[in-house]
Ligand binder design. Sequence first.
Ligand code: AMP
Length: 555
Amino acid sequence: MLAGLMQNVPLTLNLIRERVADLYPNKTVTTRYPHAIHVIGYGEVLDRAGHIANFLQDIGITRGERVATLAWNSHRHLELYMAVPCMGAVLHTINARLLGPDIARLLDHADDRALFVDRSIWKTIGHEIDLPRRVRHVVVMEDEPDQMLDPPARAGTTQAHYEDMIRRHQAAFAWPVLSEDEAASLCYTSGTTGNPKGVLYSHRSTTLHTLACLFADGIAMRERDVCLPAVPMFHANAWGFPYAALMAGANLALPCRQTDPTSLVELIEAAHVTMATAVPTVWIGFLDHLRRDASALGRISSLKRLPVGGAAIGRSFIDDFTRYGIEVMHCWGMTEISPLGLTNVERSDLDDAQVRETRTAQGLPIPGCRLRIVDADGARCVTDGKMPGELQISSPWAAGAYFDRAAEEKGLHPEGSFVVDEGRVWLRTGDIATIDPHGYVRIVDRAKDLIKSGGEWISSQALELQLMNHPDVREAAVVARPDPKWQERPVICVALHEDTKELRERFQQDYGSALSEHFPKWQIPQEVVFLTELPKGKTGKIDKIALRTAMQPAQ
Ligand code: AMP
């Protein structure tokens, strides 16, 4: 082998930090806190990242150790996005919509050493989180002004205020030279079964993914853009948009937790947002708002592009936004792939009919991603746009294994989520797709037993398990029903021991309170379908496909 002689600059997030310091210290991030709009320059964000790095060093955080956040989209969260990975530690962003006990389990599984938490979250669910002993430091971030609201510190744990911590530490920090293979951040996803699985991004994968967001046939983010990620910063690094904006030098606008149409219009107007991203549920509500309030249109005239992903979108969704002069960019991705994999860009070799046909597809692989569909035996399917198969992906920014310390210690590879074939690792996505001769991928079904409601996963298996504890239930299944607002909502299909009016009423009355002990409210199904018997497949298992089909609206 003859080695190339080019500079071996490691692909780490320090490339972003240095570029921002060199070129974009005056670009800004605008945060819409509930009580005020706050603007800060990128130069100051980096300074404050230095203060945080000094704090983390002082409390003994070393390379590779995990630091958790439980926070909405704000400039402080952005500061942590830079500080934690650039000092060599790992940023673990936790979903703030989970219940306290689930959050505690994630803190424990990740072996987090410190927690940065928004005051609004700490105040509401802090008392439900039984902090693992190894979380020795809690830093409360002031997304609400009143310090009186802070819960008391836990025994064995220090509790500081973020702004005090910043004041007490200096900005100058000797950022270490990192290897590109070091872990940068950690994000848990529902995997294919509902059990949380850690996806451990490396500096290299995040840097490459960031560059891919800037490709013209990717998200095409540019310095002139003002980017509003309305997808939470605990979801796959807000789909990589904050890092992409920093790398591109685009201004950022962050909505905190407010993604209702009125708040978004206000933020788009205040920060002159040009591109915004979120799951379809957010934009469906936004469209309704635009239809009702004509004056809102004038206030969002800067908005030109809408990369939308997380769930499928229909033609009318695209047409409605096009009428308002906003281009919808349909994207597909998953936490395991950082998350961007497909963007729907128009190939020049399509005729008009093909353009129309492919508009609602999830799109073409962005450069750097390779996708294939395979049948049940793992053989490649024909790419004729008709034959469905399991979608698999290989990419430098796709996971090659889950972060599972217990399995790692035992030398195990968790579950069958990965296959090695054709000389590379393929991630099994759990999505069923077709690929047409031009390469457009269309998701047609989901093999994973999960329901996606408003961009958040609901585990049907976990709900079923609890329902089976109900004394009147003989068999139960939870399946998705299409929903105009949330894309999908879970529906309980249940057969009771005795199918009487009395038992049905009793079940209707008490299943909600039984489930609420284990699930947040948004995960609990509102609808129950009573059956005398649930349909079964050849092996005697409940035929969920038949149930799901029965839940589809009549054509
Ligand atoms: P998450 O890991 O939470 O980002 O979820 C990833 C999953 O969401 C994918 O595997 C798909 O099942 C689904 N998904 C993401 N984007 C789309 C899309 N554009 N159309 C249909 N399903 C999507």
